[in-house]
Design a protein around this ligand. Structure first.
Ligand SMILES: [Zn+2]
Length: 301
């Protein structure tokens, strides 16, 4: 078992297959949860003709590729989203399993996989419906608290006795409360300044979940990282849509994208949180300890 877990390539392969299956499940969740349907029953069916999909035509990644995005039962065209979600989840899991084997920390790998599952689901659902279901944000926050108490290694604490469990729980609770209240206040002030709704309640709850998994430093990183990723994505898209629109279209107000249009912030927060979990955390913690320690010494002195 030890030798098996210590082989990073083998672990990455297992992670990839597991991730592809989980990605396929995320696609089911993203389709059914916003419609308040069960994610387990009935089994997969075609959204257009409602024909059940046999398992041989429902293999993650392969089915979409071999059928070239076409359903077998009718003229339904399967969105490429199904393929990309499966691929990104598979790659994410492969990376977590690969690094997990060198950290020899299976708990860290598995909690990471759960976190990535929650976040990719949020990205897909928020992009399609502009809402984040409570079962991911509130449910994820509770899960983060419970897992933090059970596994202090999630917050880089040695698993030594009750004190480690309580410290880990406290770190998680701080992440939840500080992260969501910071984002709440940024949103409240921005709404005042721009005189329009700047952030949704769903984003605030999502950041609570992210803080519960990543701690307060992770939550702070996610807010600023998410805003930066948002700018990096949006500015070229806005410029391109301006350049691509003709003058007459612009005069009629007929633009695909414009400043002030409604863009979900949740996906950018989720991407920043994934980056924190897969490696940015080392850099962030170092940055904070470098900046915070002189300050703590200063107020201590
Ligand atoms: Zn069909």
């Amino acid at each position: 078992m030890e030798a098996f877990l210590a082989n990073p390539n083998l672990m990455a392969l297992i992670g990839f297959f597991l991730g592809a299956i989980v990605g396929s499940f995320i696609n089911v969740c993203a389709y059914r949860i916003p419609q308040n349907k069960s994610v387990i029953f009935p089994r997969s069916f075609c959204p257009l003709c409602e024909e059940p999909i046999p398992w041989v035509r429902n293999i993650p990644l392969f089915s979409w590729l071999f059928q070239q995005g076409l359903a077998h039962c009718c003229s339904y065209k399967i969105p490429s989203r199904y393929f990309w979600v499966e691929l990104f989840t598979a790659l994410g899991f492969a990376y977590l399993f690969y690094t997990g084997s060198s950290f020899s920390n299976l708990v860290f790998t598995l909690t990471g996989c759960l976190f990535v599952f929650l976040l990719i689901s949020v990205i897909v659902i928020d992009m399609e419906t502009m809402t984040i279901p409570d079962r991911f944000s509130i449910g994820g926050a509770l899960l983060g608290l419970v897992l933090s108490f059970a596994f202090p290694s999630m917050h880089a604490l040695e698993n030594l006795g009750l004190l480690a469990h309580l410290s880990s729980f406290f770190e998680s609770l701080m992440g939840l409360l500080l992260g969501s209240s910071l984002l709440y206040w940024i949103g409240a002030i921005a709404s005042r300044v721009f005189d329009r709704e700047a952030l949704g309640e769903g984003d605030v709850k999502l950041l609570g979940c992210i803080g519960a998994f990543c701690g307060w430093k992770g939550a702070v990183f996610t807010i600023f990282g998410g805003a930066m990723i948002g700018c990096i994505f949006m500015i070229p898209m806005l410029l391109l849509s301006r350049l691509g629109s003709r003058k007459e279209d612009l005069e009629r107000g007929d633009r695909k994208m414009e400043w002030g249009m409604e863009v979900p912030f949740g996906p950018f927060l989720a991407i920043a949180a994934i980056l924190f979990w897969v490696g940015a955390r080392f850099w962030v913690e170092e940055w904070f300890s470098e900046k915070l320690n002189p300050f703590l010494e200063f107020i201590g002195a």
